[in-house]
Write a protein that binds this ligand. Structure first.
Ligand code: SAM
Ligand code: SF4
Ligand code: F3S
Length: 451
């Protein structure tokens, strides 16, 4: 992939807007690392942009409409200005491909998640010849080979690192296997090099990403090997990974929790439903027994380990008993932080045309589920009041009056920290809490540390 030349005018500005999961965030950062090479700087203001890139998500309903709505907004902003180059990237781009160019002439380029290695050439080509192109081939190997040659400049205190992309599991509700392609694991060394570079640039926490992150396998290496090797980097204080599939919680990964010094005690393990009948209808390929077996093993290794999850409510066929089973599972596991959504039929998936359950019933069930999930979250945070937690300090708050960081369980913590605390792990005594945030005061005495 040749970086043939820069755009003539070096004063080019790109505005990148990102929807969707952390993998899209990682990609958006890496897209910027790429377009910088042809002369782009980032802008946070629409009006200043010569290029507007929308990185899209297709996971739930109205995803497509959201994109066209956003373009409508853009057109208004640029009504009396020179039109920017408009690029649609991400999962809607992959799913809709050239249809987008046909439906909305304001769009110039459409580029799927595994074609980002072509982004510079595509932009240069468009600027020279005004060729409207869609690039939606699945080519994860070239994508990551290209990206690994560019340094990951998105280094923050906490940085994402994609290690795996795509999915072969084909849950009946999910578009990911169609938008991200088949499962692909990046080479072990390529990932370690990127981790090392992030650490050299000041990253203290690495969050390993993949649509099925725990299915990672490259030669003889698995996710457990990556965790144990990344934590050898002295600058790295914390390691996390997301998102996992229950069937890929292999023994070696569970065992890592015995040895690892830096792996955080929060396991995000989406279960989707508490009913085996629904799991089967969803083609999840795991049972509640498998899930609880992993839960029990991890709790036995370290009772401090907590779980979070994703739930789909109102999947076609879900009756009252299935719903009660989900409720009971939540009471048993006491997830401390979870995402829950009503089932949304997705184009091209097996569940697309299944008969939906009544909307009123789904809404009622979602409300009940969210109430109990929120209650667990509130109780967990309340239990930390008057106790001391380790906080990795990420930044100052917007008004600069306080510092912001995260606990080991990823909960936001706001406290009286200073700029010099950024990047450090400090001890904070929690004074107050709400559902999403802990508020406290920094202390130096670590004797009373609990979480
Ligand atoms: N690979 C992960 C797993 O196996 O659980 C999930 C990745 S998916 C990007 C994130 C979440 O989106 C899923 O866990 C699921 O709860 C939700 N999701 C996916 N398709 C959905 C749909 N059609 N309707 C509602 N929620 C959906
Ligand atoms: Fe989607 Fe996850 Fe199922 Fe793959 S395993 S199809 S990403 S929900
Ligand atoms: Fe959305 Fe694609 Fe991520 S559909 S959740 S951006 S993998």
């Amino acid at each position: 992939m040749g970086l043939r030349k820069n755009l003539n005018n070096m004063n080019q500005k790109i505005f990148i807007k990102t929807f969707g999961c952390q993998m899209n965030e990682y990609d958006s950062n890496r897209i910027f690392d790429s377009v910088k090479k042809i002369g782009y700087e980032k802008t946070e203001t629409y009006e200043n942009a010569n290029c507007y890139l929308l990185n899209t998500c297709h996971i739930r309903d109205k995803a497509k409409e959201k994109v066209y709505h956003e373009i409508g907004r853009l057109k208004k902003i640029f009504r009396s200005r020179k039109k920017p180059l408009v690029i649609i990237a991400g999962c809607v781009a992959q799913a809709e491909n050239e249809e987008m160019l046909k439906r909305e002439p304001y769009i110039d380029l459409v580029i799927g998640p595994q074609a980002y290695h072509k982004i510079n050439d595509t932009i240069l080509n468009f600027t020279e010849k005004k060729n409207k192109i869609e690039e939606t081939e699945f080519d994860a190997v070239s994508k990551f080979e290209y990206l690994s040659k560019l340094k990951n400049k998105a280094s923050k205190v906490s940085s994402f690192l994609t290690i795996q992309e795509g999915c072969d599991k084909f849950c009946h509700f999910c578009v990911v296997p169609y938008t991200r392609g088949p499962e692909y694991s990046r080479p072990f060394k390529q990932i370690l090099d990127e981790a090392k570079y992030l650490a050299d640039c000041g990253t203290k926490e690495i969050i390993l990403l993949g649509q099925n992150v725990n299915a990672y396998h490259s030669e003889e290496y698995r996710l457990s090997d990556l965790i144990l090797n990344i934590e050898k980097l002295t600058e790295i204080e914390r390691v996390r990974y997301t998102t996992s599939h229950p069937n890929d919680m292999t023994e070696d990964l569970i065992e890592v929790y015995k040895f690892s010094k830096k792996l955080m005690p929060l396991v995000h393990l989406p279960v989707q439903s508490g009913s085996n009948k629904i799991l089967k209808l969803m083609n999840r390929k795991h049972t509640i027994e498998v899930y609880l077996n992993t839960f029990d093993k991890l709790k036995e290794i370290n009772p401090k380990i907590e779980f979070s999850s994703d739930f789909i409510i109102g999947y076609p066929g879900e009756d009252n008993q299935d719903f009660k089973d989900t409720f009971s599972l939540i009471e048993r596991v006491k997830f401390i932080n979870s995402y829950s959504f009503i089932f949304s039929p997705r184009p091209g998936t097996v569940a697309e045309n299944l008969e939906l359950i009544e909307k009123r019933i789904s809404n009622e069930r979602l409300e009940k589920i969210q109430n109990i999930l929120y209650e667990n979250q509130i109780q967990m945070n309340k239990s930390l009041e008057n106790r001391v937690v380790d906080v990795l300090v990420e930044n100052l708050t917007d008004d600069k009056s306080k510092a912001f960081g995260r606990s080991e369980y990823m909960t936001s913590v706001i406290f009286n920290g200073k700029k010099s605390d950024i990047g450090k792990i400090v001890q904070v005594r929690i004074k107050k809490s709400n559902r999403n945030t802990l508020f406290g005061e920094i202390i130096t005495n670590t004797d009373q540390k609990v979480a």
